[in-house]
Design a protein around this ligand. Structure first.
Ligand code: FDP
Length: 340
């Protein structure tokens, strides 16, 4: 890329030249990016900033919160509450929605986020990230309710993540493909480093927590067994496995070079549809993946078509290279037909 294009300039062009995003959304995305920049600096400080380790509390899902989970959540709330672009926010780390206090101007957008995804990797210096999704508040009533957030992923108007790894990279879609911006720490700004990201339709790489193998349903076992059988098996090719245990890092790799990521339902908690959260993780990542030419399914339907019924709803996730995701969906369909 010959000349440097900042995130600000990219968004202005999306607004002015292409008419793709309204001004309020552009400003909102700039604030989210600024918050991610701050989180990146906190992550970088590590032990020197006293930000590692557990906070000694639990979130709404009963998971132990790390100090950085709480810091990242606060940074996102503080950065966004006064800008005038938002009506309310919802976070994986908060039980209920956060309505913008009426001392600040109210906007028409809803921001949803997982402030720090991949928490188990915080203390071991492995990539983690922030995932975000933006919806429009329904106009048919005053005020904001939890139900306003329960929109299918297909209604998102922007989605992205910021990965804090060897580089800090922000991936974004506003429905016109996926662009990636690398944080230039000397300039203090995100610079466009990849545009029109495309995921190859085929892959030889899968990403799943193999330690759960004995808990999976027959369709997922069949798919993974066939990958493991390699050249001698029905797939006729060898597969490689990568599992970072930060969804943001595993999805970033898939957007960069293809692959398939699976976090399926398993029988340990049969009443839970999956581990990952629909609104904060699966929807934004699913839209990015689709915008890059991939697919995102829960095995039975497109993730973006799942109608949410609760803020912290979970979902089974299979996303990445299209032909692999379609194959897993086909195995589910065959199992259903066979009455399994
Ligand atoms: P984490 O709980 O560490 O925040 O969001 C959930 C998530 O990480 C994903 O990022 C990751 O893919 C998955 O959980 C890892 O969970 P397991 O180690 O339990 O498989």
């Amino acid at each position: 890329m010959s000349k440097k294009i900042s995130l600000t300039r990219y968004l202005v062009e999306q607004q002015r030249v292409d008419g793709l995003i309204p001004g309020q959304l552009r400003l909102l995305l700039e604030v989210v990016a600024r918050a991610c920049k701050r989180i990146s600096f906190e992550v970088n400080k590590g032990a020197l900033g006293g930000v590692l380790g557990s906070a000694g509390s639990e979130n709404v899902q009963g998971e132990v919160q790390k100090k950085l989970d709480i810091i990242a959540n606060e940074v996102l709330i503080e950065a966004n509450e006064w800008g005038g672009h938002l009506a309310a926010m919802a976070s994986e780390e908060m039980e209920g929605i956060y309505v913008v206090p009426n001392r600040y101007p109210q906007g028409e957008y809803l921001l949803l986020f997982d402030p720090l995804d991949g928490s188990s990797n915080i203390d071991v210096n492995v990539s983690i990230g922030t995932i975000f999704s933006v919806l429009l508040k329904p106009h048919d009533h005053p005020g904001v309710t939890t139900e306003d957030f329960l929109q299918p992923g297909a209604k998102q108007v922007a989605a992205g993540y910021c990965i804090y790894g060897p580089q800090t990279i922000l991936a974004l879609t506003v429905g016109d493909g996926v662009a990636m911006f690398t944080l230039d720490r000397e300039q203090g700004s995100f610079v466009l480093t990849d545009e029109n990201v495309r995921i190859p339709e085929d892959t030889k790489e899968f990403s799943i927590n193999m330690s759960n193998l004995r808990h999976w349903d027959p369709s997922i076992r069949r798919y993974i067994d066939e990958c493991l059988a390699g050249e001698e098996g029905p797939r006729g090719k060898n597969f490689n496995m990568r599992w970072i245990a930060s969804m943001v890092a595993d999805i970033h790799r898939i957007l960069s070079r293809g692959g398939v990521f699976l976090y399926p339902w398993d029988k340990r908690e049969p009443n839970k549809p999956g581990k990952l959260r629909l609104l904060y993780e699966a929807n934004p990542m699913g839209w990015l993946i689709e915008q890059a030419g991939g697919a995102a399914s829960n095995g039975h339907q497109r993730i973006l078509d799942v109608e949410p019924t609760a803020l912290h709803q979970r979902v089974s996730v299979i996303m990445g290279s299209k032909n692999e995701v379609d194959r897993v969906a086909q195995y589910y369909a065959e199992a259903e037909t066979a009455g399994q």
